[in-house]
Design a protein around this ligand. Structure first.
Ligand code: HEC
Length: 192
């Protein structure tokens, strides 16, 4: 064979293998992905996201997260007691529903978001960038209205990209639960 053709074939082989090596390195292997999800589960559990984002079952030992509704937010069909508005306002009380998924205070009434990957009612259509921006900026989806109390987004402002990506990967790995959480109610629409 001609020397230039041999040289050409070797060059093509080198370039192809370099392309495959680069592609291989940039793609996370399933083992990496599982480790990221595990880390996210750990971070979500120890940082108390379930306190507000998971409905509870009431046991003799007290309320515990309802694993069948894990991180699906305030149940859309929950019946909440009437609010005594005279107790609410600046310098007055902040009240929680018994499962801690709804809270009322000077900001009105807020309901914990559905963090499962359901497309319509959860974070199914969210990108990692939107998720990180929301938690760093305190704005709904990173650009909308302010995220209301008692969501402690400011605790996560200094969380590393790596940790927030792990949390997001874990949330995206959950079974999607359809639960249309109500919009917040402003203070002047709270009833009597
Ligand atoms: C003390 C209660 C509480 C805790 C703890 C809590 N959240 Fe929330 N979270 C809320 C409430 C209430 C909302 C809805 C706020 C609103 O409607 O503005 C919310 C909203 C969110 C949203 C939606 C933000 C948006 O853009 O609309 C995300 C994402 C979120 N929480 C993630 C988390 C994560 C992750 C954790 C754990 C690190 C966590 N939350 C812990 C109460 C809480």
């Amino acid at each position: 064979m001609h020397r230039t053709s041999i040289f050409f074939i070797i060059l093509v082989l080198i370039i192809t293998s370099m392309v495959f090596i680069t592609l291989g390195l940039s793609q996370k292997t399933p083992a990496d992905k599982t480790a990221l999800i595990k880390k996210g589960e750990y971070l979500v559990t120890i940082s108390g996201c379930n306190d507000c984002h998971t409905p509870k079952v009431f046991t003799p030992e007290g309320p515990v997260p309802d694993m069948k509704k894990l991180l699906s937010g305030h149940p859309a069909n929950a019946k909440l007691p009437a609010v005594d508005k005279s107790q609410i306002g600046p310098g007055k009380w902040v009240l929680f529903s018994e499962d801690l998924t709804a809270a009322v205070g000077p900001w009105g009434m807020s309901f914990s978001a559905n963090l499962t990957p359901d497309d319509q009612t959860g974070i199914g259509l969210w990108t990692e960038e939107v998720f990180i921006k929301a938690l760093r900026s305190g704005k709904h989806m990173g650009a909308g209205r302010p995220i209301l109390p008692p969501m402690p987004w400011f605790n996560l402002v200094n969380a590393s990209d790596e940790d927030l990506k792990a949390i997001f990967a874990y949330l995206k790995s959950l079974p999607p639960i359809k639960n249309p959480v109500p919009a917040p109610i402003p203070p002047d629409e709270l009833g009597k």
